[in-house]
Write a protein that binds this ligand. Structure first.
Ligand SMILES: [Zn+2]
Length: 360
């Protein structure tokens, strides 16, 4: 499944009812943002994220680690945790495995993530190795302080784009037998040619019967390639962010609604979509809203883009059930990439096919 991202306790511009209508199954909340503002205590006073946000479905919260690394100022990483200056008021904050777990218990998501370090790209091999070993000690500490039985704690496999380091991280992480595993440390600036072999290597070695979550990844082509390699869960701000910039996701690629062509087109964005925007509006009307800077435009494009990704995984799921995933994915890619399917995508499909054959 694809999880919409509700960074500040809201999927930007989309109401909980709309999320239910388009088939969202789980929403992601960000520990870093919610801890700094409004503070996890206030969320807890509403009964956690479902009460606070009025989205009645499941939630997943990240550990805050990734965002501290990318958003915190003057951050300092030690064995204890990460000390940083809040991007909101400049105050000094320390986030540790214990604190991350405590905040995530207060936020009350169904799935919580172990506090990890996601090294930047590029990083020295030796740094990545030391970092992944520390991530295991941090996982141990998260486990030790976790009190809620109703939350599933997922561990995160690191190791950058190096297969030997991925193997080391797997060897150290798998014994924890957490209810799910995430593939972390990717989509941080490396090329797709480097990223997908690392996804393939890691996903193939994670347990068959537990969810595999590729963190922070969510372009349509990433979903199809990731699913081919055995990934189950994705999240990304991409569909809402690109929607706010006036782009619509379709099987024919990304449609630029800011360009001149849509201004006179009387068809919906996608006749097969079924989202509110596609059932009610022409491309011309939506293009008009964009030019008039009406707030309905970014809302409708975000709604459509989320529905597109949900429908994409629904189609992939149906193809898997029917035993037709490979031809379905190939046909999808031929159309999406306009017969110029990139080598990295083709390689991911072949690697997935081989893994499937080995699994019997
Ligand atoms: Zn639509």
């Amino acid at each position: 499944m694809f999880m919409p991202v509700g960074t500040q306790g809201t999927v930007k511009g989309i109401s909980p009812q709309e999320l239910l209508d388009i088939g969202s199954q789980m929403v992601l909340g960000n520990t870093y943002h919610l801890m700094l503002r409004p503070g996890e205590k206030l969320v807890q006073a509403h009964g956690g994220l479902p009460g606070f946000t009025a989205y009645p479905g499941p939630f997943l919260t990240d550990s805050g680690g990734f965002q501290v690394m990318s958003l915190g100022h003057m951050r300092k990483i030690t064995e204890e945790g990460v000390t940083f200056k809040s991007h909101i008021d400049g105050s000094t904050v320390i986030l540790t495995p214990e604190r991350s777990t405590e905040v995530q218990e207060a936020l009350g998501a169904d799935v919580i993530m172990a506090f990890d370090e996601c090294p930047p790209y590029p990083a020295e091999r030796e740094y990545i190795r030391r970092s992944l070993e520390r991530t295991i000690r941090w996982l141990e500490r998260c486990h030790a302080v976790k009190t809620r039985e109703d939350q599933a704690l997922f561990a995160i496999v690191q190791g950058g784009v190096h297969s030997d380091l991925r193997r080391l991280s797997l060897d150290l992480t798998l014994p924890y037998e957490t209810p799910g595993f995430a593939i972390g440390g990717l989509a941080v600036g490396e090329s797709k040619e480097e990223m997908y072999p690392a996804v393939a290597f890691t996903a193939a070695r994670l347990p068959e019967g537990k969810p595999r979550y590729l963190m922070g990844v969510g372009h349509p082509e990433d979903l199809v390639a990731g699913i081919a390699l055995g990934v189950d869960l994705f999240d990304c701000v991409y569909p809402t962010r690109t929607g706010r910039f006036g782009y619509a996701l379709t099987d024919d690629g990304r449609l630029n609604m800011n360009s001149s062509a849509p201004r006179t087109q009387l068809q919906p964005i996608d006749g097969d979509c079924g989202c509110y925007a596609c059932r009610h509006y022409t491309r011309a009307y939506l293009a008009h809203l964009i030019r008039a800077e009406e707030m309905l435009a970014p809302r409708m494009l975000s709604l459509h883009n989320l529905r597109y990704l949900h429908r994409l995984v629904e189609r992939a799921r149906a193809a898997i059930a029917a035993g037709t995933f490979q031809p379905w994915a190939q046909a999808w890619a031929e159309r999406y990439f306009r017969h110029a399917v990139p080598a990295w995508f083709q390689a991911a499909l072949s690697a997935g096919e081989k893994a499937e054959a080995v699994a019997g």
